[in-house]
Design a protein around this ligand. Structure first.
Ligand code: ZN
Length: 396
């Protein structure tokens, strides 16, 4: 088999690693948010969430805790499941007209991405797309510093709560791009597993499968990064232990806590990068508005069959993290497929209305996604097209 690997930064390569942000974890700790804002000097935050979450109890509870602490706040929730560029523009206007000094992003990945993107543009006139990941980093003047950002994930998860990147759909191009700035870092991430208790089973499954995919894809990114690799494996251990339980026993707070922390660790691990599952899934999501974690979950086994040959040591270590002994790549994939079946993930993208005719277009875009560049195995457009077609017709 001819397997072309992506480039590797080895143990003799100088590298800079940075790690994220203060994290508060524990059931019920949302009630500390007012004090934490005061400690951070925040007096008038804009709460950013998505359309699907704005009426849920955690938004009202957050607002009440802020009011109790004597803080002003207002709510912006015009964010779709795959946040769009024009929505970020509207959020920016809400931030400016409300004279806010911070953003509290609360909700799933779209709320995190929406909140971060609003922060990027809140205090400058720079176009959102100038913050695109592949562009030169925009220079900010002294009075353009980003507002404080607090992240409170209510799904486990996208893992988007500790890092500075956000995925936004460029509506005109029907493509998702990653926007970021290295100086935009959450001042606080609050992990309260009680906030995830009410998440319906299907969303628990889909977002949990996203966390599973992050741990696996981050670990498979080539290069010497023991910090991220350690987090990826521990994230994988937690997610594989608690995912099915959190879907089947929604009130199980231990399972919810394990998933929230596992998802957070996997989210930090992908500072190292992601892989072809995400590259394909980003483009499917941008074109057909499919749910991100669900799309990843369907694509995952197909990409693993492409990526795992030649990864013996990593396969064994992932197997150990998942409680398997002497895992081969096929037994590891079978185990993952068992989890996906258990949590009722469809077996093909066609079941979520992705047509076969779209595969070529998706492949042509996916190859330029930043996640494709860190996939462990180099893939041509033709190979990505084949992977996409398999995922559309029958992924497992
Ligand atoms: Zn993801």
């Amino acid at each position: 088999m001819d397997i072309k690997a992506n480039g590797v930064n080895g143990i003799l390569t100088a590298q800079d690693w940075s790690f994220p942000v203060p994290i508060m974890y524990g059931p019920g700790r949302l009630n500390e948010i007012g004090d934490q804002c005061i400690l951070l000097g925040v007096i008038n935050p804009l709460i950013v969430t998505d359309r699907g979450s704005h009426a849920l109890p955690f938004v009202k509870n957050l607002k009440d805790y802020l009011t109790k602490a004597g803080l002003k706040s207002s709510l912006f929730f015009d964010i779709s499941p795959n946040p769009k560029d024009h929505e970020i523009g509207v959020g920016r206007k809400a931030f400016i007209s409300g004279e806010h000094d911070a953003v509290i992003a609360i909700g799933g990945g779209s709320a995190m991405d929406g909140g971060k993107s609003i922060c990027l543009t809140a205090r400058n006139d720079i176009d959102l797309w100038d913050f695109e990941y592949e562009q030169p980093v925009p220079k900010l003047t002294a009075n353009q510093v980003f507002p404080k950002l607090i992240t409170i994930p209510t799904t486990a998860g996208t893992g988007a709560e500790t890092e500075s990147t956000a995925m936004v759909t460029h509506v005109q191009k029907a493509m998702k791009f990653c926007v970021w700035h290295p100086d935009l870092k959450p001042s606080l991430t609050l992990l309260d597993p009680e906030l995830t208790i009410g998440l319906p089973a299907h969303l628990t499954a889909w977002t949990g499968a996203d966390a599973l995919t992050h741990a696996i894809e981050a670990y498979l990114v080539p290069g010497f990064n023991p910090l991220c690799d350690g987090l990826a494996l521990e994230g994988l251990a937690l997610v594989s232990k608690w995912l099915q339980i959190s879907v089947n026993e929604p009130q199980n707070l231990e399972a919810r806590g394990g998933m929230l922390v596992g998802s957070c660790l996997a989210g930090i691990a992908f500072l190292k990068g992601l892989g072809m599952v995400h590259a394909i899934s980003h483009m499917v999501g941008a074109e057909f508005d499919t749910q991100h974690g669900l799309t990843n979950a369907i694509v995952l086994p197909v990409v693993l069959r492409f990526n795992l040959p030649g990864q013996k040591e990593k396969v064994q270590r992932m197997g150990q993290a998942m409680g398997l002994h002497d895992a081969s790549s096929e037994s590891l994939i079978k185990h993952i497929e068992g989890i996906l079946d258990d949590i009722k993930i469809p077996r093909s993208l066609s079941e979520i209305d992705v047509p076969l005719a779209s595969a070529q277009g998706i492949a042509e875009k996916a190859i330029f996604d930043s996640a494709a560049s860190t996939n462990p195995r180099i893939a041509s457009v033709a190979e990505i097209r084949t992977l996409t077609e398999e995922a559309i017709v029958k992924a497992r």
